[in-house]
Write a protein that binds this ligand. Sequence first.
Ligand SMILES: O=C(O)CCC(=O)C(=O)O
Length: 277
Amino acid sequence: MSIVHEADRLAFLADGVVALRGVLPIDLVAALDAPVERALANEDTTTDMTALGAALTGDDADGDRGRFRSGVDHWRHDDDLLRFATASPLPELIAALLDTRTLFLYEDSVLAKEPNTLEPTVFHQDHPYFSVDGEAVCTTWIPLDPVTRDTGGMGYVRGSHRDDTRWRPNLFVTRDAIPGAEGEDVPDLHADPGDADIVWLDAEPGDVIVHHARTLHGAGPNHSTSQRRRAISIRYCGEGVTFRSRALTPKPHHETMSDGDPLREPEFPQAWPATVP
Ligand SMILES: O=C(O)CCC(=O)C(=O)O
């Protein structure tokens, strides 16, 4: 079992992001291949973000270009993904990193950029998309393929989780705000990083990148002609986090929750301490 070092915890607190290198067994990551492909093939849970971006900008989504596909809440339909999120070595690592006695699964997401995918992932902050309040909220990003800045690697604005700015949620593939969303528009950091301290993190299968829910982050296009960029992103909440409905991203399985409720099963599966053998 890998240990989260104190230096990792301090880096996460200071920067709002940390890369935990080689902390997942390679065969465990390889075993995600089949469930991730199932998730990508499921049009009920997964969106063609390339088509969405083209519809929003009036571009042509056809032709010789790769697709960016992304979905959410696959754990609800796929026991392999639920087990990975709640009964693998991952939750213990994250509980240690957040220094929390309990950890609940908020959601999972598959995010694939096929070779020659033109869309970057626009910089955004996760917090406004999540129906929770509290400090101990994070996203883990787990690559199934080796990833570099050129193939869609992730970039994080170090220290942005300490900024009180409420950033307006966008649709990931354009900077246009989600209609009705409040907050300030995130600057176009892909075009002009200005004085933002962006760290671009290459990653390998076995690595886990963890960012705080307030950390601004984005990703590049996949310029490779042969290398896929598949990842699964799992979002967790620790002690002290409570439910707070946000109308932008309602989930049917949250209907039983009221504002201020502590997180609980079955709406938020308990990931740590483990309940599933
Ligand atoms: O994989 C990507 O391109 C974006 C992932 C992301 O923003 C997230 O998981 O919070």
